[in-house]
Design a protein around this ligand. Structure first.
Ligand SMILES: Nc1nc2c(ncn2[C@@H]2O[C@H](COP(=O)(O)OP(=O)(O)OP(=O)(O)O)[C@@H](O)[C@H]2O)c(=O)[nH]1
Ligand SMILES: [Mg+2]
Length: 469
């Protein structure tokens, strides 16, 4: 995302609700990650707060006292009109007229302070908001639509939850048609319960003469739109599946791993492609496929994929499943890990879990402990002992990239066998196919046809013999 203007990033306050289910260090780790997510959205994080609670299901998530404390920072009133019987409150920021996730870009959020995107309490002017106050409060847990609305009413600024932040980042970064459709589905699904929940008290008539209330009309629209998006996505996926099946016969490796681990940097280094590399979370959402360079025979295709994150919203996991299908189709997975991140072990566990979910956990893999240039000699030694089969790399080191390339080539060539094949002159078409997935070592012309000495995977030889029958 483009930053709005230098030094004018709107401010965000992060809030962590500490429940007994989560350890102190897990909560801290999660907050550090939330800060990166929120920064990726273009906000400046000016503070964090936390409170112990038995769970996250309270009407305002946090206690009354804490809410007041927060409200003093945001300039809100610290209590909720609606709960006191104000059923005529205008639509919440999550209303269909606002951004579907209820999230505006920072500049929009600034504009929106005190008007349309803010909820019920905004009818009463905000009393104490200062230019220095947070423009948004972000909770590290998932909040229900009514919780969001209640807290917004008390604080007078938009409130986001972790899922909303992630969906918005995906929304901004998705480019291809498939990725856009997937994000749209996730956004609409995220929005649907919010609509249901905004139906508090007496609902206005939609004015269509059908007796349908505003909320019912909006819900129907969302349902129709979702059905339409799913149909469109299925069509795109059918096309993709067709292309994938064609590629399945080629040698393929997929880069998978936690967001920001360096997958796209590795893709650039291995294939010479110019895929986007950024120090932002979820820079890549669209799958890119390129051949390993210098080109091998047969070619080895490398796929760059969307990154993973802790607590990835289920809707997004589901809608990005097809993107990850590319990973499932690969013969080898390159697990890329940011070894300089002290949480990389838990990040690796998330990657394994998601791959398990999509049925790709049986695929052979090579563990790449990346960003080794940020590690001390001692740290490298410890990692080598802990992961003897892994490769320690820096995508900035051409020598390291050469080693990864060699490991890749070795993986695909180790099971190849040499075989002599006679291709009759009338079956010349198959030679093109052979060049795609076999290494041709020798070629000579005989009376019956072309005699080729090839190195190939047994599976490709079987496929060839079927073609020549
Ligand atoms: N120090 C160091 N930084 C690296 C290395 N590899 C990548 N980076 C940096 O890490 C950041 C993320 O790199 P990307 O290649 O975009 O990571 P990614 O895994 O594709 O991330 P997403 O697409 O967001 O999932 C960028 O700022 C890179 O410059 C490395 O070996 N060493
Ligand atoms: Mg990337």
């Amino acid at each position: 995302m483009e930053s709005p203007q230098t030094n004018t990033h709107p401010k965000a306050l992060l809030f962590s609700v500490r429940t007994p289910k989560v350890t102190e260090s897990e909560a801290m780790e999660s907050m550090i990650e939330l800060e990166r997510l929120v920064t990726t959205l273009g906000y400046e994080v000016t503070g964090t707060m936390s409170q112990r609670q038995p769970n996250t299901s309270g009407v305002t998530v946090v206690g009354e006292g804490k809410l007041m404390e927060l409200a003093q920072l945001t300039g809100g009133k610290g209590y909720r009109d609606r709960i006191k019987g104000n059923s005529e409150a205008p639509q919440s920021p999550s209303s269909p007229t606002a951004s579907p996730t209820g999230i505006s870009s920072p500049s929009e959020t600034q504009k929106a302070r005190g008007n349309s995107i803010l909820s019920g309490t905004q009818q009463t002017p905000v009393t104490a908001t200062t230019a220095d106050g947070p423009a948004v409060v972000v909770f590290d847990c998932d909040l229900s639509p009514s919780q969001i609305r209640n807290v917004e009413e008390a604080l007078g600024v938009p409130v986001l939850d972790r899922t909303g932040v992630i969906i918005e980042i995906f929304n901004r970064h998705a480019k291809t048609r498939a990725a856009r459709l997937q994000v749209d589905i996730a956004r609409q699904t995220y929005q649907a319960p919010r609509l249901r929940d905004t139906g508090v008290g007496k609902e206005r008539q939609s004015g269509r003469g059908s007796g349908e209330t505003v909320i019912e009309t909006e819900k129907r629209k969302v349902r129709d739109r979702l059905a339409e998006l799913r149909r469109e996505l299925e069509a795109v996926q059918r096309e993709e599946e067709h292309r994938r099946m064609k590629r399945a016969e080629l040698l393929g490796a997929a880069l998978v791993g936690y967001t920001n681990a360096g997958k796209s940097s590795l893709m650039r280094a291995l294939t010479g492609s110019d895929v986007l590399v950024e120090d932002k979370l979820f820079a890549t959402l669209d799958t890119t496929i390129r051949a390993l360079q210098p080109e091998t025979q047969p070619r080895i295709l490398i796929t760059d994929t969307v990154g993973f994150i802790h607590k990835l919203p289920h809707d997004l996991v589901a809608s990005f499943r097809s993107t990850l299908d590319e990973a499932r189709g690969a013969s080898l997975l390159l697990y890329v890990v940011d070894a300089a991140d002290r949480n990389f072990r838990s990040q690796l566990a998330v990657v394994r879990e998601v791959l398990g979910d999509i049925g790709a956990d049986k695929t052979p893999y090579l563990l790449i402990l990346n960003k080794a240039d940020c590690l001390s000699e001692w740290q490298k030694q410890v990692l080598r002992a802990e992961y003897p089969d892994a490769v320690l790399t820096s995508t900035r080191s051409p020598e390291d990239m050469r080693i990864v390339s060699e490991r890749l080539i070795h993986f695909f060539e180790k099971d190849m066998i040499e075989k002599e094949i006679l291709v009759p002159y009338k079956a010349q078409g198959v030679i093109r196919e052979m060049r795609l997935n076999m290494k041709i070592l020798k070629e000579s012309f005989t009376e019956e046809g072309v005699l080729l000495l090839v190195r190939s995977r047994p599976i490709d030889l079987q496929r060839l013999s079927k073609m020549m029958k």
